[in-house]
Ligand binder design. Sequence first.
Ligand SMILES: NC(=O)NCCC(=O)O
Ligand SMILES: [Zn+2]
Ligand SMILES: [Zn+2]
Length: 488
Amino acid sequence: MSVLIRNGTVVNADRSFNADIYCEDGRIVAVEPGLAAPLGAEQIDASGCLVMPGGIDPHTHMQLPFMGTVASEDFYSGTAAALAGGTTMIIDFVIPSPGERLLTAYHKWRDWAEKSCADYSFHVAVTWWDDSVYEDMGTLVRDWGVNSFKHFMAYKGAIMADDGVLTQSFPRALELGALPTVHAENGELVDYLQKLLLKKGIVGPEGHPQSRPPKVEGEAAQRVIQIAGILGVPIYLVHNSAIESIDAITEARRRGQRVFGECLAQHLLIDESVYFDKDWGRAAAHVMSPPFRPRAHQEALWEALSGGILQTTATDHCCFCGDQKAMGQDNFARIPNGTAGVEDRMAVLWHHGVNMGRLTANEFVALTSSNAAKIFNIYPRKGVIQVGSDADLVIWDPQLTRVISVENQHQQVDFNVFEGMRVSGGPAYTISRGKVVYAQGTLQAQRGAGEYVFRPAFPAFMRAQQEQNRRQPYQAVERGHTGIREWH
Ligand SMILES: NC(=O)NCCC(=O)O
Ligand SMILES: [Zn+2]
Ligand SMILES: [Zn+2]
């Protein structure tokens, strides 16, 4: 299986240049101008298009069992939708129930993901603690290529990790060379505010943002950054949505602390007014955590992306249909949390980022692909167009326009939070490990063709952190005897 992409402009995170790209057996074999087509190679004319590394969405939840139901998008439909949008790899989450062995949960998720048609990998959540968790973290890193562990500071009474769990898990991750990732919202405060609002008779979706105000996120972000700083562990904060958490990350990075931050395409473009919609179904369809924020937060997120404070973009793709959202008809706290986006992230980021002058095309590649590959230690296998890398590519037509709608999406959910948004720029072709899987509007994805991506431990920043910790000037006092004084 070989494919030659001709006449396109290659866009990597560091530079753009004109070259043809030849791919064979799933890898990029040549990147040069004027390549001749080998016999039997499929040829694609990319004139007028940009050829970029396929998107990596580092935060999705396919078929997640959550809040009494299961997300409607499975690994097949979800990765197919991703490919239709130019994303060629997802990093999903294994989320063990408290008390469940991490390895048991991991193998369950691996089984579910066998049907993926794009490459995939897993973060594993630490939702509880005992010696088996310590052991399983080691096995997952060494034998199964897991190099990141997730911690939910929210969802009290379900999967929340308290400070005790964080304090056990972070140093364990560090010694294994794996990166702790965190959902930063203060779960105790959310729980308190939910009960308060319900007592006041606020039971509709408008209760959702009021029970999770920006300070609830900011407090958790600040606290977990301090905890990680004291423990000397790099961390990655998922789905930052608020000025408060951006400020916490900015301050930490100014001090030299290794803190990485992600934001979601949805938080960049949707504001909190959606929860005050008179139509219950539309308001409930937007319930996700953290919630959408007042408008000022969106501009701050864009600035944090272009300013390097946040390094990655994701979607937290977690789909629930109207009948599932209706589980919270009488109580907003029971509305399953989650929205879709894996198909739309790249186009929305391009349109509102590059077309609006907020991002360069190279920054777009960094924020949709290369930075995630670097942080999660799969670069340069993924995240760049160069000889030897996986042939995961998107041929991007800046002239292509689409009105995003539930009517024309591949995502298996009955709502689209970007409904009616006209975007310019989109994938003409998507190529997954050398195979054309999406061509000019037609999805040719193959069930089960996606491969599990083993992510090695110890990205360079982990080794640097360990070295820095080794030099930590903890002090001992030399006393020469037991120090117990005899009194006469
Ligand atoms: N984000 C959300 O609302 N649902 C998925 C679980 C999570 O990431 O918090
Ligand atoms: Zn989360
Ligand atoms: Zn999530």
